[in-house]
Structure formats: structure tokens, C-alpha cells
Design a binder for this molecule. Structure first.
Ligand code: FES
Length: 158
């Protein structure tokens, strides 16, 4: 079937079986190496993308559901102001990123960045646990992640 969507700011059309995993198709057709093929149950976070500005696991989405959507991968997200805010906060707090886990960590952080300030201040630990649940990585301490979230929220867009 033919499927049309916007990928990283460009309209694209592909031919694929409707139930192919979106993660496979994005890697195969567009060489998007930030999307990793790992657990296939959405828990590792390594295939995360933004679909219509929501964080989703591309491994869990059949490609036909991409029709008409706006999809952003980490490759494109790296050119955004939000990426700079998150990256700076990760660096300052000593949060590790290795390339393998980046899509999970950055997009989990992005969803926090867009949460309401009230929600975050009410429950910072819950926010940080959202980062942890979006990635299998355990290379950074809970304290480092809390510090990164605090720094990130100070610099987020108004
Ligand atoms: S820093 Fe990537 S898996 Fe831990």
C-alpha cells in the first residue's frame, strides 16, 4: 500500500505492507539510525519518535497508522531549541547518553519539558521516573536525572 506522511519536515510517500513496524520502515527507507530495533514492546524507548508531537514507540506502530501524520525523529529534533535545552541540562547534570538510548531519553525529557509547571513541582520524582521508564538505561543516577529536569525546566520556552 502507498502511505503518505511528513517526515522531519518533508512530505514523503512510501510503499509498504500495512502492518510492517514503523520502526523498520523508517530505518529501511530513510536510514534513520537514531531509531533502534530492540525490545519490540515499547519499554526500552530506543525506537521513540514524535508523531503529531506525541512521544510514541515506532516499534509498536504499524506503518499504515503513519498516513497523514507529522513524524519527527531524533535526527531532526537535534536542530530544535528544545533539544539544546535538554542537551545542556543533561551535560550540566552529568546525565549519560551513549547514542543507543538517546531517542528514549531525549523524547521522555521532551514530554516533561512540555508538562505543566504545576504538575512537575508537585511531583518531581514522578517526572524523573517518567524519564527512567522511557529508557532501559541505568547509567545515570536518580539524583543526576532530577538535577537535569530542574535545570531543563528553568530554561524551557515560556
Ligand atoms: S548511557 Fe546509553 S544505555 Fe546508558
Amino acid at each position: 500500500m502507498r502511505i503518505n506522511f511528513n517526515l522531519n519536515g518533508t512530505d514523503v510517500e512510501i510503499s509498504a505492507l500495512p502492518n510492517e513496524r514503523l520502526s523498520h520502515v523508517l530505518r529501511k527507507e530513510f536510514a534513520l539510525s537514531s531509531i533502534k530495533l530492540s525490545c519490540f514492546d515499547g519499554q526500552s524507548g530506543v525506537s521513540n519518535i514524535l508523531m503529531n508531537d506525541k512521544v510514541v514507540s515506532a516499534s509498536l506502530i504499524p506503518v499504515f497508522k503513519a498516513e497523514g501524520k507529522n513524524i519527527i525523529s531524533l535526527e531532526h529534533f537535534k536542530s530544535t531549541e528544545d533539544y539544546k535545552i535538554i542537551s545542556t541540562a543533561f551535560d550540566q547534570a552529568g546525565v549519560k547518553t551513549c547514542g543507543y538510548c538517546d531517542a528514549g531519553k531525549y523524547f521522555a525529557a521532551y514530554s516533561i519539558l512540555n508538562s505543566s509547571m504545576e504538575t512537575l513541582h508537585l511531583d518531581m520524582e514522578k517526572s524523573v521516573r517518567r524519564i527512567l521508564s522511557g529508557t532501559m538505561c541505568r547509567c545515570s543516577s536518580l539524583d543526576d536525572l532530577i538535577s537535569a529536569v530542574e535545570k531543563m525546566m528553568k530554561h524551557r520556552r515560556k
